[in-house]
Design a binder for this molecule. Structure first.
Ligand SMILES: [Zn+2]
Ligand SMILES: [Zn+2]
Length: 262
């Protein structure tokens, strides 16, 4: 009720701009992005971390992007076997699963695949790195405007690389490089450490890992993100309290509609 229940979507705007031009993931939260463009169409780029439903299902409900005067470049991780981006998206979004396919979205849309590495989009520099998750190639992103940097790892299963120093998962180089010195680290916190043993098989991280990664990487703020669907508001308040006085980064529990100014 208070933290919200829409799925992963982050919108970035340059300093002084109210209107975002870069969107990370297209979960149901992308509906809110249309509220930010006023009467105008969206003109920008969407980067998907991976293709799980909770990161893609908002796409056909992105009203600011689904109109004749919109211009949208969508990028997703290159798939093993080389299937093209439109075809991969259409596997989850086309009849009989949904009334239209990706090409049915109105406006000037392009669908492309990307490899790990650097991409320059909408005046931002993006570093993409492959990170462990479950069932499908998954990227984490680091986005910089040359002044501030945001690291985004919404779905991350570091225990895939071993237990690490504290049992919460390995602090591997891809995660550390994305998060190093970031002003904001938005990180998977679906689990608590006491749930890891029974639920790590779902491919997610514990909140304790997210905070510890932020500390190790020297991030200024850690945003605990991608809450477990049945987590209550009170439980999320407890999580905020648990990390309210850790040394190092400020820790924020993500809530729908939160705005951060960097
Ligand atoms: Zn996922
Ligand atoms: Zn997810």
């Amino acid at each position: 009720m208070r933290y919200g229940g829409f799925t992963s979507c982050i919108a970035l705007a340059h300093d002084g701009d109210e209107v975002p031009t870069l969107v990370l993931d297209a979960g149901t939260g992308i509906r809110h992005v249309s509220d930010l463009t006023g009467d105008n169409a969206f003109n920008g780029t969407i980067l998907l971390t991976h293709l799980h439903w909770d990161h893609v299902h908002g796409l056909p409900f992105f009203t600011a992007g689904d109109r004749e005067d919109a211009r949208v470049s969508l990028w997703l991780p290159e798939q093993p076997g080389g299937a093209n981006a439109t075809e991969v998206l259409a596997r989850g979004m086309s009849p009989p699963h949904f009334p239209i396919g990706p090409e049915g979205l109105r406006g000037d849309w392009s669908f492309s695949s990307m490899s790990p590495g650097r991409l320059r989009v909408e005046g931002f520099t993006v570093e993409a790195a492959e990170i462990p998750h479950k069932g499908g190639r998954t990227f984490g992103y680091r986005v910089s405007d040359g002044r501030s940097a945001l690291a985004y790892l919404p779905d991350h299963c570091p225990t895939k690389f071993g237990p690490g120093a504290d049992g919460w998962g390995e602090y591997h180089s891809a995660a550390l490089e994305l998060a190093t010195g970031a002003d904001v680290l938005v990180h998977d916190a679906q689990l608590r450490s006491d749930e890891l043993a029974s639920e790590a098989c779902f491919g997610h991280a514990a909140a304790e890992y997210a905070v510890s990664l932020g500390q190790r990487a020297g991030a200024r703020t850690v945003v605990l993100f991608h809450h477990r669907p049945d987590r209550t508001d009170d439980e999320l308040d407890q999580l905020a309290e648990q990390f309210g006085s850790v040394s190092g980064p400020a820790v924020i529990v993500a809530a729908e509609g939160s705005v951060l100014k960097l």
